[in-house]
Design a protein around this ligand. Sequence first.
Ligand SMILES: Cc1cc2nc3c(=O)[nH]c(=O)nc-3n(C[C@H](O)[C@H](O)[C@H](O)COP(=O)(O)OP(=O)(O)OC[C@H]3O[C@@H](n4cnc5c(N)ncnc54)[C@H](O)[C@@H]3O)c2cc1C
Length: 402
Amino acid sequence: MIVIGGGPAGLFCAAEAAGSGQAVLLLEKMPSCGRKLLITGSGQCNLTHGGNISDFFSKYGDHGVFLQSCLRKCTNRDLVAWFTSRGVPLAPDESGKIFPKSRMASDVLSVLLAECREKGVEIRCSESVKEVRRSGKGFFIRTGKTEYESGSLVIATGGSSYPLTGSSGDGFSLAASLGHRIAPIAPALVPIRVGDYPFADLAGISFDGLGFFLFRDGRRIREARGDLLFTHTGLSGPGILHLSRYILPGDTLKISFLPGLTDEILKKDVVTRIASSGTKQVKSILSGYALPGRFIARILELLGIPADLTGAHLPKKARDELIRHLSAYPFPVLGPGDWNEAMVTRGGVSLDEVDPDTMESLLIPRLYCIGEVLDIDGDTGGYNLQAAFSTARAAARDLAPG
Ligand SMILES: Cc1cc2nc3c(=O)[nH]c(=O)nc-3n(C[C@H](O)[C@H](O)[C@H](O)COP(=O)(O)OP(=O)(O)OC[C@H]3O[C@@H](n4cnc5c(N)ncnc54)[C@H](O)[C@@H]3O)c2cc1C
């Protein structure tokens, strides 16, 4: 069998299939395998997440249902056991994310490569697959260097994000050339670019547990809670990355910087604070809300409220505007960031043409699609690597002889 792509999905599938007696050739386009894996979790590799595997199902948007079978057969606990038994112990952090204890993604890659070596997988790097076709023996594969025939073919080419790592979307055209439908792709887990962005110089300031309200054509279509990070060009942080899956250019994202306080409650609260300390400057009164001072100063500046204005002198109209900016600041969405910023790809090989138990194509026998080339994107927290490993094992088990 031939595996195209030496990322976590391709390497794990190749090793597991070879371990069950298959002769496996893995073709990798880059001079070395696993380049994206090396940068996961800022080089520390958040491999999976703690908890029950059933907690994972809701972490893949609408596509968690497809993954249920293979996640159950290759769980987070199975992965922890697999890596630990091969000399890479894993441990959770305080939020439940699971990393190698060494915090080195290179340890994860090394053990995958060692397993491939030990099980006899032949890996050929700098060999980019350019064309795949059905042939008498199964599949004809043409690379930049030569041609192959194989009875089984696994497409494990990843998505389109961080193209310099080698994952530049080739698998979508390869699968499409074999007749598969590709759900439209877009960058996901990505910062959001917004219009009229006044916080560029506040880049690096972060907020915990804010309220996000997404509006399309004037209608509220989604609500979420999460952390926010101002960047030089827009909005990021875990809460924004998760929401990016649902965001389209033209949407408006309203952010409550004081979540839990409705307009009404906030108004009462501000009025009370001004009444009891009207001689204080507005910015001092607002500092009671545990918001960063530079952010408060910027909001006042945007509203044209003088920095030294006291609460007693704040006009009602300005007060109401201030409350609106804190409880529902409207950011016009220009769109998601580009492929160089996205952690994963939304869209891919359409799931209704793939067997959820085995990852085998429902159109072409002995063709398998695994990992991020599938129309699957998970939340941050180790869910994408877990999906890559679980889909890889499902294919490897199906490919096992007998
Ligand atoms: C910055 C960053 C941080 C991330 N951090 C995490 C994290 O901490 N936890 C987590 O769960 N997920 C994380 N992800 C997502 C995760 O890395 C991917 O979901 C995962 O690597 C997908 O695995 P894969 O094997 O399907 O594809 P990839 O890892 O993309 O591997 C695909 C391989 O196929 C090769 N290839 C492509 N085309 C061809 C071709 N034509 N011929 C031959 N070879 C080809 C590529 O060179 C590549 O080596 C992160 C992503 C990024 C970008």
